[in-house]
Design a protein around this ligand. Structure first.
Ligand SMILES: NC(=O)c1ccc[n+]([C@@H]2O[C@H](COP(=O)([O-])OP(=O)(O)OC[C@H]3O[C@@H](n4cnc5c(N)ncnc54)[C@H](O)[C@@H]3O)[C@@H](O)[C@H]2O)c1
Length: 282
């Protein structure tokens, strides 16, 4: 039985048509949140909406491209018009075509940065005035191995994911006075590769699918973070795999330790120490 920790909360998950975003959205709804799901793929979105509603959850479905700033702001406004608030945004939408640098064009580069990095900025920019007005909120972007390491054929993707970490560290400082937490969360376990659609996945053998875990099993990590007071953790990078394992063994009220919540323990300790130091320096 899912604990309904987010009973009065409103969440928005971008790129929620399938994959990680669909699992996160469903898990947040199972925890009691009213959830806006947005994507650019109508059929994928409809499938996620059906999943949420079959669990008895509420879903607001929005066809919104994360590269379109005004559409993102209109979506945030529609959420607040429907439900009165916006507590959590999960900036999940991304694309990850594997392209060697020699085959890059400026248009390809711009598209990758627009979707994968500027899309995150647009989500926070759209949610920000509502969160400031209501006195707080959580902005969670999706991290990856590519957030801290380089990979062949992923130059633009790695650049965008590294950029999200810089955005997170810097914005956390400005968001703190508004009680807005800015964090990232990686899957931390093997999930279906990006860009495989629901239809593609259905055609695969059970053996193929069994290599990936169901992203819904990682959703408790997002429920836990969204249920924290925003002032408790900010500017950090979490990983859903270890966090969901911790919650499964110790429950949602587990005693915090970095190694229970991230693969990148030293990085988290360093970020926490910096925050403490800057608070001490005023
Ligand atoms: N799959 C992995 O192994 C993996 C590993 C680490 C991190 N991630 C991250 O997880 C997140 C989700 O990826 P996924 O693997 O579930 O991918 P996915 O391709 O299954 O899902 C991404 C969704 O984003 C949507 N999308 C794409 N461009 C969009 C746009 N411009 N506006 C709105 N929606 C858009 C797609 O239609 C799709 O529904 C991404 O941030 C990705 O970088 C994935």
């Amino acid at each position: 039985m899912t604990e309904r920790l987010l009973e009065n909360q409103v969440a928005w998950v971008t790129g929620a048509g399938r994959g990680f975003g669909a699992g996160i959205a469903r898990g947040l709804a199972q925890a009691g949140a009213r959830v806006c799901i947005s994507d650019i793929e109508t059929a994928e979105l409809a499938a996620t909406a059906a999943e949420l509603r079959s669990d008895g959850g509420q879903a607001l479905v929005q066809l919104t491209d994360v590269t379109d700033a005004e559409a993102m702001r209109a979506t945030a406004d529609a959420i607040v018009a429907a439900w009165g608030r916006l507590d959590v945004i999960v900036n999940n939408a991304a694309i990850m075509p594997l392209v060697p640098f020699a085959a890059h064009t400026p248009d390809f580069w711009r598209k990758m940065i627009d979707v994968n990095l500027t899309g995150v900025y647009h989500g926070v920019w759209a949610a920000w005035p509502h969160m400031v007005r209501q006195g707080g909120g959580h902005c969670i972007a999706i991290a990856s191995g590519a957030s801290g390491r380089g990979f062949v054929d992923e130059v633009a993707y790695c650049t965008a994911k590294h950029g999200i970490e810089g955005f997170t560290k810097a914005l956390a400082l400005e968001a703190e006075p508004h009680n807005i937490a800015i964090n990232t969360m990686g899957p931390g376990k093997l999930i279906k590769p990006t860009s495989i659609t629901r239809a593609d996945e259905a055609k695969l053998s059970d053996a193929d699918r069994s290599r990936w875990i169901d992203p819904l099993s990682l959703a408790p990590a997002f429920v836990w973070l969204a249920a924290q007071p925003p002032s408790r953790f900010t500017g950090l990078r979490f990983d859903a795999g270890p966090l969901a394992d911790t919650i499964a063994t110790e429950g949602y009220a587990f005693e915090f330790a970095p190694e229970k919540t991230t693969i990148y323990v030293e990085d988290m300790k360093e970020r926490m120490a910096r925050r403490k130091q800057s608070a001490a320096n005023g």
